[in-house]
Structures are given as structure tokens and as C-alpha cells.
Design a protein around this ligand. Structure first.
Ligand code: F6R
Length: 352
């Protein structure tokens, strides 16, 4: 069967995707809409924080990255996404700490939450269960408890919107209600356009997966979409089980650009995450980049963000990446749901 044929043969998906990841991705817009309504219990009583620290790992940290991307355009208070044990030294007086872990059992996030309590900082936990949910019962811990049963990386809506809502309740607006409405509308439209029942000929995510197949995806974004490029990389790794590279302009112009040489670059497929909000300097740099490396790359595709607001632009690209990595998993015959290596590391750490 031709490669596009593989992606359009829906009955064949069951063998590669026994957990029906495609249904979870199709339900992502509904997840986002539901998540907007999730309330945080026991909001911390604080004056305007000096800094917001969001502690999380992997798929849960991605929610922090998205908050950070939106905050960059709207908020004077800095947002620091912390991936690791404990808390950064900036998390002292007047800091607001979010501990975000979908499973609620991630060691690094639990240690961040413990340190926040030790330092007497206002703490908000966002989780679907585990030890973090148990912590939510403690005094002076605010919590947003979200529905479980998903893979953390596929629960981005449940993790992002409660943080947004909590910040808003504290007078820290990282996206307006209009921005949220727009973003929800955009992902709803995309959910219909990118679903498996849309044939490859009209399905952008299937076409991207087919273009990348057989090469290593290398994703570059700009100042806003650079964070999304990293998310594409991790989705390619976890869903399709392939190596992927990611970076951002302008920084990659000062280092990675030198690595783009034949013949190795021929094994890479360049994916450029473009966004209508790009500054002219960044647009110019993308054009030069295409000119310099387009000839040596195995292939190159530009992907356009949708919408006007920063959230719609970022989230539309995140959603496109989720579907693209899903279809690449199907093409490569890899179950897009399970992450056995990741689970094994957690199991060994737990039993050490
Ligand atoms: C698995 C995934 C991982 C997890 C990470 C942290 O689907 O996305 O990157 O997010 O291992 O686990 P949680 O999110 O449960 O704290």
C-alpha cells in the first residue's frame, strides 16, 4: 500500500494504536473547553507576586512553557518554568509557586512542592492524582484537580487552563477571555481538519508526517514558536519514538546553523514554525535560513500558526505537532501512547 494509503486505511490503525490515542487527540478541543471551567480550590491570598515559578517535568512542564509564551506578551511579572528538583533561588519572598504534575507522583515536582512549603511560599498544585493530590488536602495549599486517565503530554488543556485561570483570579492576565475564545475556536476547527477520517490529500498533519517519514525531524521556531518547537521535538520522541532536534531563531543562527552540511543534513527534515506575529527581523532571518540550508536538508516544510492572539497561534501549532507526531507513529508502526522507557526509569527510581 502507498504511504498516504497507510494513513487513510482507518481499520489498520487499531493494530498500531490499541489505546485509541486518536480519540484522545480528537477530544483535545473539548478537553480545553472543559479545562477552562476548572476552578482552583483555596486560592492563595497574596499581594502581587514578584515572580511566578511553574515547576513541572515533560508534558506537565509544557503547560508552563505555554503560560510563559503568553505571559511574554501580556505580563510584567516574570514567569520561570522550573524543570528539576527543588526550586530555583529566585523562588523566595513574594514568589508564587505552581507544582504541576499530571500523575502527581513525579519526584522532581514533589520536591519542588516540598521546598515551597518549607520556604512558606504560596503553593498551587495542578494534578490528576498521586501524592500531589494528597498534598492538596493540607492547609494553605491551593489545588486544581483535573480528570485523570490520559497521558500527561496529552493533557495539556487540563494543565494549562487551570494555571491561566488561577493567575487571572490573582489579577495576573496572561491571556484575555477573547484570546481564550479564539484559541478554542481555532483548535476546534483543526480537530475536524486533522482527524484520521480526513484523507492525506487534505490533511495537513498527515502530509507533514509523510514528508518527514524516513528522516529526522528538525524543528525551528521564532521567539514565540521556539517553545512550541521544543514541544514538537518531545512529541516526536514520545509519540513516534524518533530522535528529533529543535531550536529557535535567532539563537540557532549563532551555533546550529554550522551543523547544516551535506551529507548528514540530507537525513534531516526541516520544519519551520512560522507565525504572522513574527517581527520583520525574524522573518528576514527565516528567509536567509531557508536559502542557506534548504539545499542541503533532506526536505523542508513551513507550518503556519493560525489565529491572531498569542495563545491561538501557539496552541494551533502545538496541536498540529501532536497530530503530526501521531501520524508519524502510525507510519513507523510505533504505539503512540505507551512510553515504556520513561516508565522503566520511574520504576527503577521508585525501587532504588
Ligand atoms: C508522558 C509524558 C511525560 C510526563 C513526565 C512527567 O506522557 O508526557 O513527559 O509528563 O514524565 O510526568 P507528570 O506529567 O505525570 O508529572
Amino acid at each position: 500500500m502507498s504511504k498516504p494509503g497507510v494513513l487513510d486505511d482507518l481499520p489498520a490503525y487499531a493494530a498500531v494504536d490499541p489505546h485509541r490515542t486518536c480519540d484522545v487527540l480528537s477530544a483535545f478541543p473539548a478537553q480545553c473547553r472543559a479545562a477552562v471551567g476548572i476552578e482552583t480550590r483555596g486560592l492563595p491570598v497574596i499581594k502581587r507576586p514578584r515572580v511566578v515559578v511553574i515547576a513541572g517535568m515533560g508534558g506537565s512542564a509544557a503547560a508552563g512553557d505555554l503560560i510563559g509564551a503568553c505571559a511574554g506578551e501580556h505580563l510584567e511579572v516574570p514567569v520561570v518554568v522550573h524543570r528539576g528538583y527543588g526550586l530555583p533561588s529566585v523562588a523566595w519572598d513574594d514568589a508564587l509557586v505552581f507544582a504541576v504534575s499530571y500523575s502527581g507522583d513525579t519526584a522532581e515536582v514533589l520536591s519542588a512542592a516540598a521546598m515551597a512549603r518549607m520556604r512558606g511560599l504560596p503553593l498551587v498544585v495542578v494534578t490528576a492524582g498521586g501524592a500531589l493530590a494528597a498534598l492538596a488536602a493540607e492547609p494553605r495549599v491551593a489545588s486544581a484537580l483535573v480528570p485523570g486517565g490520559l497521558m500527561p503530554r496529552m493533557a495539556l488543556g487540563y494543565l494549562f487552563f487551570p494555571i491561566w485561570r488561577t493567575l487571572r483570579a490573582l489579577d495576573l492576565e496572561v491571556a484575555t477571555v477573547n484570546d481564550i475564545d479564539e484559541a478554542l475556536g481555532v483548535v476546534e476547527t483543526m480537530g475536524r481538519e486533522l482527524a484520521p477520517n480526513q484523507p492525506a490529500v487534505v490533511n495537513e498533519a498527515k502530509r507533514l508526517a509523510l514528508a518527514v517519514e524516513g528522516r529526522w525531524p528538525t524543528i525551528y521556531g521564532g521567539p514565540l514558536t521556539g517553545a512550541v518547537a521544543y514541544r514538537w521535538k518531545t512529541d516526536f520522541e514520545e509519540n513516534a519514538k524518533t530522535f528529533a532536534l529543535a531550536g529557535a531563531l535567532p539563537e540557532m543562527n549563532h551555533n546550529s546553523i554550522e551543523a547544516w552540511r551535506a551529507p548528514l543534513a540530507g537525513g534531516l527534515h526541516l520544519l519551520l514554525l512560522r507565525d504572522d506575529g513574527e517581527a520583520p527581523e525574524i522573518r528576514h532571518r527565516f528567509e536567509i535560513l531557508k536559502d542557506l540550508v534548504g539545499g542541503v536538508a533532506g526536505g523542508m516544510t513551513e507550518c503556519r500558526a493560525r489565529g491572531h492572539g498569542v495563545l491561538a497561534r501557539a496552541l494551533s501549532l502545538v496541536y498540529l505537532g501532536q497530530w503530526t507526531s501521531y501520524y508519524l507513529a502510525i507510519l513507523r508502526g510505533n504505539d503512540p501512547w505507551s512510553v515504556p522507557q520513561l516508565d522503566e526509569i520511574k520504576r527503577r527510581l521508585h525501587h532504588a
